[in-house]
Design a protein around this ligand. Structure first.
Ligand code: FPP
Length: 226
């Protein structure tokens, strides 16, 4: 959900007002995804690197995340959305934010129409480090033979091992980077870059990305059979 700060600055607003404007973009994207029958949607809300931002902005983002969950979780629940979080729990994330996250997961855990994964205090490298620690613990406890460590064993230690790898990654705001996002899971994802700044993003932009995806040919490292 990139481009909030630039969107705000272009209109002479504070950066944080760009994040606030991103809420409508997020909910229009969620609605559009529900209409299309998309079962899994993951959004990058706060990265492990975002702690380096000015304290004011970090504080705003924590409060905003908490407020957004309080304001919108019933609505998401009514629409059959299951909310889950990927990232490091704890650390510098305030306890009250963690509680709202846990409550939202609990409230929506039986929903199956769509799973909305919110990557929060998330970093792709941190996730791989945490997975390596999990494997090391299993080896130390005698539960795992190091020779048996394979891709499936590592994938079982990711934050949300049951979430399928993304078919499509959409990055907004004209940046052409992965920025430490889902490094393992994006191995064979199709990438789509949009010039639109996140607060202006609407379901039509998602549909455009999906139309582009539908023209791609996915081979997963193999060759065409015909
Ligand atoms: C990046 O824009 C955006 C963020 C760091 C936060 C995005 C978060 C939301 C829209 C709220 C979502 C919350 C939940 C709980 C789903 P930027 O500040 O990097 O923009 P810039 O690149 O223009 O500076």
């Amino acid at each position: 959900m990139d481009g909030n700060g630039r969107w705000a600055q272009r209109q002479g607003l504070k950066r944080t007002e760009g994040h606030a404007a991103g809420e409508e973009a997020l909910f229009d994207t969620v609605d559009g995804s529900l209409d299309l029958g998309i079962g899994w949607l993951t959004v990058y809300a706060f990265s492990t690197e975002n702690w380096r931002r000015p304290l004011d902005e970090v504080r705003f983002l924590m409060n905003f995340n908490e407020g957004l969950l309080l304001r919108r979780r019933d609505e998401l629940n009514d629409r059959g959305v299951r909310i889950r979080f990927a990232g490091r729990r704890g650390g510098r994330v305030p306890g009250r934010v963690l509680r709202r996250m846990e409550e939202s997961e609990e409230l929506t855990r039986h929903n199956r129409k769509m799973t909305l994964v919110v990557a929060f205090n998330y970093g792709g490298r941190a996730e791989l480090v945490d997975a390596a620690r999990g494997l090391a613990r299993d080896v130390a406890a005698g539960r795992l033979d190091p020779e048996k460590i394979d891709e499936r064993a590592l994938a079982r230690h990711l934050y949300l091992p049951d979430v399928p790898d993304p078919d499509l990654l959409v990055r907004t705001s004209g940046e052409y980077r992965i920025s430490n996002y889902l490094l393992w899971q994006l191995a064979y994802s199709e990438l789509y870059f949009s010039e639109v700044l996140w607060p202006d993003f609407r379901r039509e932009h998602l549909f455009e990305a999906i139309r582009s995806y539908q023209k791609r040919e996915r081979r997963f490292g193999a060759v065409d059979s015909d």
